[in-house]
Write a protein that binds this ligand. Sequence first.
Ligand code: C2E
Ligand code: CA
Ligand code: CA
Length: 434
Amino acid sequence: MIGPSPPLPHQSNTTATRHQLTHNQLVNFLRDEIGKAETSTTAVLIMKLKRAKRLDTIIGDTSTPSTIDYIDQRLDSLLREPDRYAHFFDEQICFVLPGLANNAQSILAAIKILSELHKPFIAADYPVLLRPYIGIANFPELGRDAGQLLMYADIASDIAATNEQGYHVYQPEDLIDIDTYSGLDIELGKAIKANELHVHYQPQVNIQTGSCVSIEALVRWTAPGQRVIDPSTLISIAENAGLINTLTLWILNTALRHTATFLKAGIDIGISVNLPPKMLEDKELPQIVQQALDIWGVPASNLTLEITESLIIGDYESSLAMLSRLRELGIRLSIDDFGTGYSSLAYIKHFPVQELKIDILFVRNIHKSHRDKHLVHTIIDLAKNFDLTTVAEGVEDQETSDLLRDLGCDLVQGFLYSHALSDTDFINWYRQRT
Ligand code: C2E
Ligand code: CA
Ligand code: CA
């Protein structure tokens, strides 16, 4: 939660902009505003950025303005005179927007900020894309307590992280949602032991031939009370509860067990398994993977591990060492969500990876947005230069698929072909196609 956290001084190359305050100043500003007569709405917005800090680590060139400096510049020209903001942490910005005519105006402000920051910018010769999302809490609707307004905006921002539009206005029901998740860690521990989770498989199709060459394992969990838990939430619960190793091991083994069945049934496919960020720190990982392959008798070359960029960038040297050890097993490595930390183009050649998965965020809009099309094209060309396979995820319509084929993409995955299917449904789906 944000309220009680100590302010972290933000190191910046440039001087603060006219709208920028320190953490404490902003909280005092908010208190002053909500202490005034309630004639207008004051909105508290908390914006979080996925991976801004890491981008700077990769760019690693202190002579160029940092991502944060760039954001400050953009915000300065965007905000109204009375608006104020502060950096709470490197990847978190809090805004106080006083004197709004109504609650709807706080949404408009959020949309304005999001669309401005979605425009790519160039840092150290590479285009950088940000993925901001915003939680909104409005005064007087939600009471007069500054700490609580900040907390509500923070909760709303977590919800915004997973929705389409990238913003969310806090509603009292949201607190109930948060409550729903408490206690789930204990349930999850039990569910893993009792084999109550499921792994589903989403086909990856060769864009030239239309045949299914591999599948991605995606975990599914219906918690007690028929509560379907979003897989990303499930992974965070597991990480926070110290269950991530157990869960990953369970998913890996289940996926390989099913793959062995598919191979025996004459379905010759590769299997991709997601590796959560924390797993690369586990020195035992190569042995664990080797054991699982041995147990189920799946050839190493049929297994691909999907890792996100953030995972690699965390600690360059040790990640590189771990990836090399994994690669020595003969398995394939794929970079998931590629494009969301775009400057990775600069370092990708140093890693022993065989595949790039282009993030759904860019794939979704390639026939509408010239910029996204250009970006996807650049990624595909780059991948070709380094002999990497490209997989586009989130392909929902034929038009997108056709365009991806024209751009030279290798594999496609998305609802156009199939949702993730249970092992038996996958066998039926596969047989019907061939
Ligand atoms: P991801 O690895 O990027 O997985 C792709 C997500 O996109 C999946 O969501 C998939 O169902 C969804 N998707 C596929 N095609 C389409 C499409 O055409 N349109 C749209 N809108 N979505 C599509 P899912 O299963 O909800 O998983 C979300 C995220 O949760 C995954 O993102 C991954 O980060 C994580 N996750 C899921 N299963 C696992 C797992 O077994 N292990 C780990 N570590 N993470 C997992
Ligand atoms: Ca994935
Ligand atoms: Ca993805």
